[in-house]
Every structure is written in C-alpha cells, then in structure tokens.
Write a protein of this length. Structure first.
Lengths: 88, 346
C-alpha cells in the first residue's frame, strides 16, 4: 500500500476497511478474503461514483462500514466462513 | 462495613448505606463536592464538569460492556447522536433544556438499539467491528447532513436553562451536572440489583446458558444497548450545553477507545469502577497538560511534537500496565481497602 500511495496517516482507514473484507469473506477463510477484497473495492468505487449524486459527497468512505453492518444482519459468518454451532 | 452488623429485615439487608459511618462519609463527600465551586478555580471546575459528563457516559458503557458483556467501540458515536439531538432541538426548535435532554437520551438509545441488533447473532470481536462501523457511519452522517447538523462548520448550542435558571458559568453547570451524575449513579446501582441487572450478568457469563434459563436474549441485549446508549445520549446533551459549540471532531474513534479504556482501568461490571476510571484518566490528562510546557522548558532537546504525542502514549501504557498488574481494575483495589476496613481494629 505504502509503495503505491505513500505513507500517510490515512493508511489507518485502509486498515479499518480491511475489516470489512474479512467480515464479508468470513473470518476464517482465505478464499473469502480473496473473493471479498475485489467486491469491497468495486462496491466502494462504483458506489462512490453512482451514489454521490443521490446522497452527499464522500459517500465512498463509509460504504465498507455499511457493508459490515449489512453482513452482520444477514450472514454474520460471511460468505465462506465456517458456521459455528455453539454448545455450553 | 465493620464486623458485627446484623440485618433484621430485608430492607436493612438491601440498603446501600447501612451504618451510621456510611452516612457520615456520604455527607462528608457531598459537602466537599457541593462546596467545591467556592474554592476551586474556574479552570478546575471545567475539569470537574468534564469528569462528571464522562462519568455518565462511562456508566452507560459499563452497563453495556461491563454488565451485559456486549463490547461497544462506538460509544463516542452514540454520545454524538445525543449531543446533536439536544443541540438541534434547543437551537433550531427552541425547546426547553429538559426536553432536549430526555429526547437526546431516547434518540441515542434508539440508534444504539438499531446497531445493537447484530449482537443477537454475533458477539465479541464481530460485535466490536460492527460498533466501529456504527461510529464511522454516525460521524459521517453528522458531517454531511449540513442543513440539520451544520456539517463540518459545527453548530452553536445555547446554555442550559430550566425555568428561569440559566446555567452559564462553570459553577452553576457544576451543580446541574453533579446532580444528574448522582441520579445516574443511583439508578445504575439499583439497576444492577434488579431482575434486568441479574439477567445482564447471566448473559455476560454465558448467553446460551442464560437463554436456557429462560432469559430472553432479544429483550435483554437490546435493553442493555438502550440503557447504555440512553446514558450516552444524556452525557452528549450535557456535553453540548457545556461546550456551547459542537463539532464532530469531539467524537472521534479515539474517544470511543478511551471510554473502553476507562472502564477497563476502573473495573468492568462494578458501579464505582467507571468513577475511578474517569477520575484516573481525566486527571492523568490534566497532569500531562500541566507538565508538558514544563518539560518543553527544561528539556529543549526533545523532538518536535513529543509533548503533544505523549498523551495517547501514556494512555496506552496505562491500559497495558493495568491489564498486566491490576486486571480487575481500581474497583477491585477499592474493595480490598474496604475489606481491610471491615477488620480494622484487628
């Protein structure tokens, strides 16, 4: 990341967005991270392009976080994560 | 409580202050507190007001995280919801202060419940992530919903007013905030002993076992989120009227982490814990603010920005040291002191 975009304090935001990738892909799945990474990236940029006229500028910054909340509501274990059955 | 005190009925057994000595200590504490504005300067009254507001917020987070076990790293976001609700109601609609205070609590509680719904299916790390998401979404909405919240420019808030009383000076706000702090601490203490409080502790210890025992997880987890965020909203409303000017810069994710740190330092799942934690953290911050000009004066060779960056560093070191040496927080230390007092003459 730093070789492409330079080292800035904004890398903190990139690290936080990585959470949305692993949550969408499933926390214990490598395949999930590989598949979800492009999904999040595309959603962020396409959404930023198409939603900005409808909402407010800067909407692309929070799309990963909205995706986290949606995934938490619908599929907490993510796309490829293992569904845990808990016992006492 | 000294040895040899017996209870003869249930009310005596459940009383918070059981002996005459307790009442005397309470009276001394209250007397010190309420005569404080007479001999504290304006600056330290401001610090005391900030401590009071933070105690209310930390008490809410303690009910949510300490009692019910639902980790929230979005508490500053919920405080922001309350602060902006109160600001919009009192500034744009010119509602009275108390209406704004209650509405701030309810709006913050409702937003907290919405973001608390994932807690029914996920817990621990996942819930922490989804509350981080809540923090970012709330702050983003506040920053961009310019017609209502003023956006990046912030908005001004009129001083608190009850009837003819206007709370402008730090001293008068001190009384307002301290009275609300006392109400909140009293309610939190009693909440922890009711059916709901015991249900929260059961959910914290093992939520599936709690469900088997007949505790409705849906109801009590959302209730914990509501109460925790309600108190955050109250704190936010007081904060808005205390500063007089709101900006989303006041509610960053660092503040959310600070609140989690406060209740860890104070002691999770106790009533006195948040009070000790807030006192420790806020006075530590004051110490750093007071000491950093002295350090710059005496040690001119320090790298640039060292004194401004020392605050977060000391805060992080404090949390690490507390987790290593005192994992149960200052509240545990306080209970040890009380236990030695119990056997005092011997």
């Amino acid at each position: 990341m730093s070789s492409i975009g330079g080292i800035t304090f904004g890398l903190v935001g990139t690290g936080l967005k990585a959470f949305s990738v692993v949550i969408l892909g499933g926390l214990d799945s490598f395949l999930g991270a590989v598949v979800a990474g492009p999904i999040i990236g595309l959603a962020e940029n396409l959404g930023g392009g198409y939603l900005t006229p409808l909402t407010w500028p800067g909407v692309r910054e929070i799309i990963p976080f909205v995706i986290i909340v949606i995934v938490m509501f619908i599929r907490p274990h993510g796309l490829f994560g293992e569904r845990r059955i808990e016992r006492i | 409580m000294p040895t040899g005190i017996r209870s003869y009925n249930y009310a005596q057994d459940m009383a918070i202050f059981r002996t005459r000595a307790h009442w005397v200590w309470l009276g001394v504490l209250l007397a010190c507190l309420f005569t404080g504005p007479l001999y504290w300067g304006n600056y330290w009254l401001g610090v005391a007001n900030l401590i009071g507001i933070t105690i209310i917020a930390a008490m809410g987070l303690n009910i949510l995280t300490g009692y019910c076990g639902q980790l929230s790293i979005g508490h500053a976001g919920f405080i922001a919801v309350g602060a902006y609700t109160a600001a919009v109601l009192t500034n744009r609609f010119e509602m009275p202060f108390l209406v704004g205070l209650i509405c701030a609590g309810f709006s913050s509680g409702l937003v907290g419940m919405i973001f608390g719904i994932p807690s029914l299916r996920v817990k621990g790390f996942y819930l922490a992530i989804s509350t981080i998401a809540a923090q970012f979404i709330i702050i983003w909405v506040i920053n961009h919903w310019t017609p209502v919240t003023g956006g990046f420019n912030g908005m001004s808030v009129p001083p608190a007013q009850i009837g003819r009383l206007t709370f402008i000076s730090q001293g008068s706000q001190f009384y307002l905030i301290m009275i609300i702090v006392m109400i909140v601490v009293f309610l939190a203490k009693n909440l922890s002993r009711t059916r709901a409080g015991r249900a929260f502790v059961a959910i914290r210890d093992n939520d599936i076992a709690a469900q088997v025992m007949g505790i409705s997880l849906f109801r009590y987890k959302l209730l914990a989120f509501f109460i925790g965020c309600f108190l955050a909203g109250i704190a936010g409303s007081l904060f808005a009227h205390w500063t007089g000017f709101l900006n989303a810069e006041n509610f960053t994710m660092m503040d959310s982490i600070l609140y989690v740190g406060i209740i860890i330092i104070g002691g999770l799942g106790t009533i006195v814990g948040p009070i000790f934690g807030v006192l420790f953290i806020r006075l530590l911050q004051q110490l750093i603010t007071q000491i950093s000009p002295v350090m710059e004066g005496t040690l001119p060779n320090l790298p640039a920005g060292f004194t401004t960056g020392i605050g977060p560093m000391v805060f992080g070191i404090a949390i690490i040291l507390f987790l290593i040496f005192m994992p149960r927080g200052l509240a545990h230390r306080w209970s040890l002191v009380r236990a030695s007092y119990r056997l005092w003459p011997f």
